[in-house]
Design a binder for this molecule. Sequence first.
Ligand code: F6P
Length: 428
Amino acid sequence: KMKLAVLTSGGDSAGMNAVVRAVVKGGILKGCETWIVREGYEGLVRGNSEAHHVKNFVPTLAGHVVTDADPSLIHNLRFGDGELLRDGTGDHQSGRSLKGRYIVRVGWDDVRGWFAEGGTLIGTARSKAFRTPEGRLAAAYNLIKEGIDALAVCGGDGSLTGADVFRSEWPKLIADLRAQGKITEDQAAKHGHLRIVGLVGSIDNDMSMTDLTIGAPTALHRICEAIDNINSTAASHSRAFVLEVMGRHCGWLALLAGVSAGADFIFIPERPPHGDPWEDEMCEAIQRVATFHLSLEHRAMGKRKTIVIVAEGAHDASLQPIRADYVKDVLTERLGLDTRVTTLGHTQRGGRPCAFDRIMPTLQGLEAVNALLEATPETPSFMIGMCENKITRVPLMEAVAMTRAVADAISAKDFTTAMSLRDPEFCE
Ligand code: F6P
């Protein structure tokens, strides 16, 4: 029986809870024992303090102990820890607390309704400790202590790289733990292979080899609504607005927000403005209502609002950051526009997932369980993605390497390569 744990890591994104729910429920349906790890890799490193070491988790059905999840009875299952995680601290009714416990056995009811919740209910962190060999040794020990042999990680490229490092180091970690006498010969033999799978949780849609990342559709929807709101006040006052949206190395949110809600000019990291100086290019584009009216000012043509979107990672061709406040000054001074800045910040990241950020993570979570069940020491770690509306498995490290290549191309000012490494058709 595979013992499977799921964790969320890095920046949260809408849909992460749907991943956890799908992995837990999918795992149970396939006969696995299911666990969650709180606070990402940090929780793996901290593990469960001995005082709280729970060995006596007993799934029950109407008072009768059940050993395996019987799919025909699943809707009736009431695992002992149901509701344990709902408020992140434990189930007050049963008096059990999660204090000192980061790796927690969960059942069907623990994740009930999670597809509709924003953020990640099991917590996330950017763990410094897990980046050290000592941290990873502690993490391996904590997993083995609970008998867990499979791990699903939902996070961005940094988190998925961490997963791959962990897996490739695993044989050495086992050998070290055995040498230190922390695990028995039996445990070492039983845990010779760690099964790992990655799911991409990132609002930026910045991972290569998948069409979408979990949380990106919701964030885009949030931005779209914000622009709709701003449009009405902007038009009322005949104002310009500069909107800063998230996206460190990736302009997907900024670009698609422009397509779905309208914008006069967009700054993204992969393609800085060509104009030299770019201020001229922007001002000219904003004034151009239609090519045959080039000479006329846009306000004179009856246009009552101007929207400029700046991705937070935007810069000019020499990699100097382009800041929303500076864009505002240019619009005010050069075009005489009454301009305001709105930074959407974390309103883009939090809140309830849209329908697609429930559907895609559900399908991907189920596929993640299949990938873990089929994993062998020879197969690479997979990342679950989506390509042309189909759920896919791609080699995790290939996807991470391609994603890194975009950031590297941007740093090298090779914007043609950066653009072509993103979806080439879309970039055109
Ligand atoms: O990667 C997701 C993201 O939201 C980026 O767009 C943003 O730069 C970053 O995380 C901000 O992260 P935090 O506020 O958690 O430091």
